[in-house]
Write a protein that binds this ligand. Sequence first.
Ligand code: GTP
Length: 187
Amino acid sequence: VRFLTRRFIGEYGDMGESLTSSLAIHWELFLCLTPLFCSCPFSFPQDQADQGSSEEKRIQWADSFVLVYSICDRASFNILPLKVQFIKAAKEGLSQEKVPIVIVGNKRDLHHQRVVSSEEGRLLALSLDCGFYEVSAAEAYHGALMVFHGLAERIPDTRLALKKGTRIRGIVKSMSAVFARKRTDSL
Ligand SMILES: Nc1nc2c(ncn2[C@@H]2O[C@H](COP(=O)(O)OP(=O)(O)OP(=O)(O)O)[C@@H](O)[C@H]2O)c(=O)[nH]1
């Protein structure tokens, strides 16, 4: 949301409904922008049994991956090697291309609660052949921008040329519409 709208929503609360319906239109991209294996407030209902194959489908659909952990939550960091391994097994098994993955340490603003150092993050990303950024989604837009720019740089030009076009523009349009509507409502 920070990347697409430049805004940070601390609590989803009353935004939930309109945002959810807008995202439902473009659920594919949203899934791509959502930390892949985390629960999210806009999850679409699905049976447990379908979950494995649905995750597999998301991975097959996506061109690239952003894996977000919190610098204040070691468990969210420790799980990364497994996630990267899972993605690589699913994607690289089918093609010779390297799968673009960026690891992001979020909540940089909470430095007093930090339990994962920048160095650890950088080293892990290096060892897994992933990009690395530390950001605060809450504090600034710039970090989110850098993440997605860095991600795009890791996608081979040939793939970008194949997929470029309407999809991302559609997302940005409908997200903007949601927030414009919200502003109008509150006037
Ligand atoms: N201080 C701080 N809080 C953040 C930051 N980014 C997200 N949060 C908060 O962290 C919580 C989780 O954020 P979400 O956007 O829901 O992230 P998520 O990965 O979907 O996390 P879960 O909801 O736990 O699955 C929310 O209360 C956010 O407001 C950040 O950069 N700094």
